[in-house]
Design a protein around this ligand. Structure first.
Ligand code: NAD
Length: 263
């Protein structure tokens, strides 16, 4: 196989993406579909899922709250049946969680963030790994972390705690599953342009008593390239990690962030 052929996503790859109806997950799903993969998305937002499937009639999917193990188990089994197996799991779903000083955060907000961002990854891994072990197509797991999984993030402690934990989970699992041929990597997106980041900036501006534009300028000042990244930049990395060119990449926390220097 030539080097350029190794850069292609194998046609018919079977991909399950959590939180795949909007944002980064939808870009990843659209990218895999464009590459000829078979895609199954799950999302808590029924309307977003319906809109996604209208735009991408080839995609399969279900409504599921990833923070619930029964929903995760059902989504994995339904995906494996619909796609006739699984080659790639993209554990993408996540929420920003609360913004504020540690003594202002509520326990339910903390628990909801851990449940959606971290417990969800365990639930999907627990049920999807047996299918991935049976794959003969360079099986791979993407764990969606964040730049907040390599830097401290004041006033977003629940979020940062989950994103660092995801890196530890990925590193451990890469060693555990490597002998069985399953690769595991984390992608650490930086500041991704879009409605979610607009909400994050607005919440942080409010918490710090700044206006939104001043807050946005502060964010760009922390990035060496002085620009945000796009959801498509993250999707491109997820696709690359699923190509034969990446068949010896495992156990890595890969930043796609223009080099965020601090948070
Ligand atoms: P988003 O809010 O735009 O989209 C997330 C999707 O996940 C939505 O469709 C939402 O309905 C779904 N979702 C939320 N909670 C769910 C649940 N309990 N069960 C099932 N689906 C659920 O977010 P995004 O920006 O696309 O973020 C995707 C991932 O990337 C997250 O893990 C996030 O932490 C990470 N990330 C995002 C950024 C960024 O700047 N946007 C930066 C770093 C990391």
């Amino acid at each position: 196989m030539s080097i350029t052929q190794r850069l292609l996503v194998p046609a018919g790859l079977k991909v399950l993406i959590t939180g795949g109806a909007a944002g980064i997950g939808a870009s990843i799903a659209a990218g895999f579909l464009e590459a000829g993969a078979r895609v199954y998305v799950c999302d808590i937002d029924a309307q977003a899922l319906e809109d996604f499937r209208r735009r991408h009639p080839g995609a399969r999917g279900t409504v599921a709250d990833v923070g619930r193990e029964d929903a995760a188990a059902h989504a994995v089994e339904d995906a494996a049946q619909a796609l006739d197996g699984l080659d790639v799991l993209v554990n993408n779903a996540g929420i920003a969680g609360p913004t504020g000083g540690i003594d202002t955060l509520s326990a339910p907000d903390w628990e909801r963030t851990i449940g959606t961002n971290l417990n969800s990854q365990f639930y999907f891994l627990r049920h999807a790994v047996p299918h991935l072990k049976r794959s003969a197509h360079n099986p791979h797991i993407v764990a969606m972390s964040s730049v907040a999984g390599r830097l401290g993030y004041p006033f977003r402690t629940p979020y940062a705690a989950t994103k660092w934990a995801i890196v530890g989970l990925m590193k451990s699992l890469a060693a555990e599953l490597g002998p069985e041929g399953v690769r595991v990597n984390a992608i650490l997106p930086g500041v991704v342009a879009g409605p979610r980041m607009d909400r994050v900036i607005a919440a942080r501006a409010q918490a710090l008593g700044l206006d939104d534009e001043a807050m946005r300028a502060q964010y760009l000042g922390k990035i060496s390239l002085r620009r945000m990244v796009s959801a498509e930049d993250i999707a491109a990395m997820a696709l690359f990690l699923s190509t034969p060119a990446a068949s010896n990449i495992s156990g890595q926390a890969i930043s796609v962030d223009g080099n965020v220097e601090y948070l």
